[in-house]
Write a protein that binds this ligand. Structure first.
Ligand code: BV8
Ligand code: ZN
Length: 250
């Protein structure tokens, strides 16, 4: 399949589902997981910080990492890739109602919402909230500029943890179930800016394929998904979406 065919297939698709990863936020200045961590975080691998063991071993260090990412994200802006996905969502929903477009993200930076996406399914939680370790209450983090971790639960006063799904933790089952259903029903699945290494998110595209849908990938590099995709564009998220949506160049 070539770009022109992929473009017209996307235009004609009645049900579109999208999975994004850290790559779509790279152009907003947010480092991806596989980029070397900048600054003094170079000493740690994300997988060693984003785990329950790391948190139980050193909650202050893990909170320092997340509080820093929270500050960075609040200073960042959504980029053209986020904005084009919000545009595609509006187009598809205007034609076919809310079920015609579903955005699923592995990202925890909240940039899709700030770009105008209505209700992305956040498979791995969010940097913008904390969850009480005692009663499970979830509340937004305070102003990033003055936030000093750990937040205290406004219901029971206990220390709160990042509202993030760590390695070795289960994804929220209602969010995952809805994502799996939408990938199964999709005519076209767009997989954008993810290394397709982490499960169960990386397995979603196969649900579209096994139900006769098409999988399109946008990524500057090849990934384990590339060979299984009907169409794979070696491009950044903003460039690839511009070409795939025949949007006017920036
Ligand atoms: C689970 C939140 C059931 C954290 C994340 C052993 C023990 C325990 C579990 C496992 C195990 N072995 C395997 C597992 C399962 C594990 C897994 O899949 N591990 C992998 C490493 C093999 N999965 C889990 O643990 C999941 N839970 O399975 O529960 C269970 C329970 C107990 C025991 C067993 C199983 C939970 C996974 C969720 C972890 N949390 N995020 C945080 O953010 O701090 S994962 C995190 O990494 C991301 O959310 C994402 O999901 C994942 C991969 O990151 P990407 O988004 O893909 O980013 P990455 O840097 O990798 O790639 C960027 C891509 O962008 C690249 O391809 C690059 O080319 C591209 N790019 C760069 N620039 C651009 C671009 N693209 C477009 N435009 C650009 N400009
Ligand atoms: Zn509480």
């Amino acid at each position: 399949m070539n770009l022109a065919e992929a473009r017209s297939t996307l235009q004609a698709a009645r049900r579109v589902v999208v999975l994004t990863g850290a790559g779509i936020s790279a152009e907003s200045g947010i480092p991806t997981f596989r980029d070397a961590q900048t600054g003094h975080w170079a000493r740690f691998r994300p997988e060693d910080l984003a785990s329950p063991d790391a948190y139980h071993r050193d909650p202050e260090l893990v909170w320092e990492w997340y509080a820093g990412r929270f500050r960075d994200v609040m200073q960042a802006q959504p980029n053209r890739g986020h904005l084009l996905l919000a545009e595609l969502e509006r187009q598809k929903r205007a034609e076919g109602g809310s079920d015609a477009f579903t955005l699923v993200t592995q990202n925890v930076d909240g940039l899709h919402q700030r770009a105008g996406s209505a209700a992305p399914l956040e498979l791995h939680g969010t940097l913008l909230s904390a969850r009480c370790e005692a009663c499970g209450h979830v509340q937004p983090l305070p102003d990033a500029a003055t936030f000093t971790p750990p937040p205290k639960c406004e219901v029971c006063g206990h220390r709160m943890r990042p509202h993030i799904v760590w390695f070795g933790e289960f994804l929220p089952d209602d969010v995952l179930a809805l994502a799996e259903l939408q990938f199964k029903r999709a005519d076209v699945a767009l997989i954008i800016g993810t290394s397709s290494l982490v499960y169960p998110a990386a397995g979603l595209a196969d649900r579209t394929r096994s139900h006769g849908g098409l999988v399109f990938e946008i990524n500057p590099d090849e990934t384990p998904l590339t060979q299984r995709a009907s169409f794979s564009l070696r491009a950044t998220a903003s460039e690839g979406l511009t070409r795939l949506m025949e949007a006017r160049d920036a």
